[in-house]
Ligand binder design. Sequence first.
Ligand SMILES: [Zn+2]
Ligand SMILES: [Zn+2]
Length: 470
Amino acid sequence: MWDSNPLISGMANGNPSPKAGERALNATSVKCPSCASNIFYEPELGGMMCRNCGNVYDPDTMEPRGSFGISKEHDYTGDSDISEDDKKRHEIVCNSCGAALVADENTMSTMCPFCGSPALITKRMSREFKPDYIVPFKIDKERAHSIFREWLDERKYTPRGFRKKCRLAKMTALYVPFWLLDCCVNTEMSGTGKVNGIPNEISSKIRYYVKGVPFDASINIANKLMTAVEPFDYSGMVRFENKYLQGFYANKYDQIPTEMTDRIMKRMEKYSASANELVARKYPGYESRLEKDYTFLSEISIKYCLLPVWFITVEFGGEQYQFAVNGQTGEASGQVPTSEGADLYDRIMSKIKNKAALPVPMYVFAAIAVLLWLITMDSLKPVTLFKTAVVIALSVTEVAIIAFYVLLFVLKSLHNHFSSRKDKTAYEINDYDKEPDLETYFDPMRKSDIDIKEIPLPYAFLLAGRDGRI
Ligand SMILES: [Zn+2]
Ligand SMILES: [Zn+2]
């Protein structure tokens, strides 16, 4: 597949591997070469995946593409024998939101760090927990608190009383389970664009490696919140040892990578789109012929790692707001509510912005209004009731128009005054931070490839005969 010409392979019609799809329909008897379980074609992966061991295979050649499984040292899926270490721990389950926490026998909790509920039940460990790696906390409670307060101060347009509630809120340190993905990303695109002014068929294949892309394995924690406090500095990552957990809570994972392939692929496709965008930009008027660039992963490997996060849960106006501070780097995030006044202001400003030429007619209007008024004043004599009424009506209208423009002017000046917002609405300022881009997780130590083909369209007919289409 990789070596075939996308112009003449199935890729040209937007389906990179029609054979794979057909095979999937008759795939009832395909067995995993590694564990002999039945395996099936996973459309979002573009490959065959074994849900038992996590291994992924090329649908055409059955070549291995790596594994979404976790290291064989532990059985992560069932109620396997509980280790001596785990016997010393207990599990705390929140009766209100269902969050499951792990702590050593000396750590007690009074309140759920996710929902603030005091309804906690302490149980014995029900499932093996031991992670492979951990990034220990580097930021203590005091630091985390001051970072959070500074971060909150930058979010200016909040409802009255919200900050005060935040400042009084409790912080909880929590080790969050993450799956860290290392893999090779293969992406292909195909379309038309100009080379020296001549329309060309453009096809490109890019292969690059990513390292340590984190996916949180906890259902109770908003994915958006976790991506917003990324990245973590993996140079601080060490093999897991029990001592790191003393005095802290850890969250138990409740999702394994084979259950999260759609989330994983969505993020990798975003990264591929940004890589392909760099190629497309070289060709003026580039138009893709595919609805979506084709992406598949190979050399997949997963690490199970606990990452340190401070959590703050605030209840305000009947709603729950959750904030997080990266326990290693101090990156803070969350979604702060915006005040109604700020929202109203933004709505008015967006209306005004659409009428960019307003400041000019403002003065013209004012001049015409004064002139009109002078003329009517002059023709007033002799005074009649009708003429007086006309003058009053005109004056009121003119004054209203002038007042309206003065108001706009004031609003515009106010807007300039708040130029620190850089044309962002209060909502945008108060929203989650964006997730890190491809550059953050790109692995420069491993060689990436790029292969671009340009075929001038006048010659594309030479290829057309091969499958009757270009
Ligand atoms: Zn298997
Ligand atoms: Zn809870």
